[in-house]
Design a binder for this molecule. Structure first.
Ligand code: OSB
Ligand code: MG
Length: 372
């Protein structure tokens, strides 16, 4: 396609319950959306998963919007025939900002696939029409409230429960959930970098609770620490924040810093790099699963397509719309048994509802046009 125009806008989706992790508490998801238009009327949508503040990753929403407008779009306007695979190479000389790059690539991917009447799952090589999914459960005000929340999600049918942990909220909630729900519950824990290697002995006590994995206990750059912990613990170590590219993934596997990888397309610069990590992990016998960033229906639809690839053998952080929002910008996504259906429509399979964009929008769309 020949890119002629793009629009950037932010929508604010209040969360149904506050989401607390070791990094902070979120009550609203502000999402940056990218709409691209081609010379032949092609239209595509992308979602940037950068959060309000640079806590989970160095990116933040306003910074992402700025780098897209100021640098990415001018570089892409200059390409006469742009396809999705061309986006990353054109932006490669601009360092960093994987979440901003992923959003733009997603929009171009959606536009090109919609124009060609191909579903994203088919394009990526998906082999499933439904994928098993889990819920990421935030740090609760009390253990009783945690048990209530987990009970609700287990009763709803979710295939796996992930507990957010931090120092002071780790062994006890994990033990209680394991004892209350029994050995059959697939249970994991995510520390979002809240520990250091000085906590290795303490974390090893999690081995008593048969977790499927422990996600990102240490700092993103501490591959060596994760390798030491992985050697010491029976619980498999999974990396999230540490993996921002296929090259990172190769290094982490080689260093034995993890035996499972959480793949988030935004964190790694897009769905195409996400697929490369999937392929590499599969070649190395490393299971992967699709992480989440409290996406709107746009990102959720695309994540379901990614999770249809064969190496995504563990349930993803892709929950039903109702677990996040009363009102989304797309049609709602629902749980069917312990799974969700992979969208079959062209592109990412959904488009935002103009009414919802109007009602939830926090600014008017910023239009950026190719200079003539
Ligand atoms: O670490 O996986 C994480 C949400 C925001 C930032 C980081 C993480 C998360 C989640 C939520 O765990 C996953 C979801 O979207 O349901
Ligand atoms: Mg995580």
């Amino acid at each position: 396609m020949r890119l002629v125009e793009a629009e950037l806008r932010t929508v604010a989706l209040p969360l149904v319950t506050p989401f607390r992790t070791s990094l902070g508490t979120q009550t609203v998801r502000n999402a940056l959306l990218v709409r691209v238009l081609g010379a032949d009327g092609e239209e595509g949508w992308g979602e940037c998963v950068a959060e309000d503040e640079p806590t989970y990753s160095p990116e933040y929403l306003e910074g992402a919007a700025d780098v897209i407008r100021r640098f990415f779009l001018p570089a892409l306007f200059a390409v006469p025939d742009l396809d999705a695979a061309g986006v990353a190479p054109v932006l490669a000389h601009l360092r960093g900002y994987p979440m901003a790059k992923a959003a733009v690539e997603m929009a171009v991917l959606d536009a090109v696939l919609k124009a060609g009447d191909t579903a994203l799952a088919v394009h990526l090589g998906g082999v499933r029409d439904r994928v098993r999914v889990g819920v990421s459960v935030g740090i609760a005000p009390t253990l009783d409230e945690l048990l209530d929340t987990v009970d609700r999600h287990v009763s709803a049918g979710y295939a796996r429960i992930k507990l957010k942990i931090e120092p002071g909220w780790d062994l006890e909630p994990v033990r209680l959930v394991r004892e209350t729900f029994g050995a059959a519950l697939m249970l994991t824990a995510d520390a979002n970098t809240a520990y250091t290697p000085a906590d290795a002995r303490h974390l090893s006590r999690l081995d008593a609770y048969d977790l499927t994995l422990l996600e990102q206990p240490y700092a993103p750059d501490d591959l060596y620490g994760h390798a030491e912990l992985a050697a010491r613990m029976e619980t498999p170590i999974c990396l999230d924040e540490s993996i921002t590219s296929a090259r990172d993934a190769a290094r982490a596997i080689r260093a034995r810093a993890c035996s499972i990888i959480n793949i988030k397309p935004g964190r790694v610069g897009g769905y195409l790099e996400a697929r490369r990590i999937h392929d590499l992990a599969q070649a190395n016998g490393v299971p992967v699963w699709c992480g989440g960033m409290l996406e709107t229906g746009l990102g959720r639809a695309a994540n379901l397509a990614l999770a249809a690839l064969p190496g995504f053998t563990l349930p993803g952080d892709i929950s039903a719309t109702a677990r996040y929002y009363d009102r989304d910008i797309t049609r709602p996504f629902e749980l069917a048994g312990d799974s969700m259906e992979v969208p079959v429509g062209p592109g990412i399979g959904v488009t935002p509802d103009p009414e919802a964009l109007k009602d939830l929008g926090v600014n008017s769309p910023l239009q950026v046009r190719k200079p003539s």
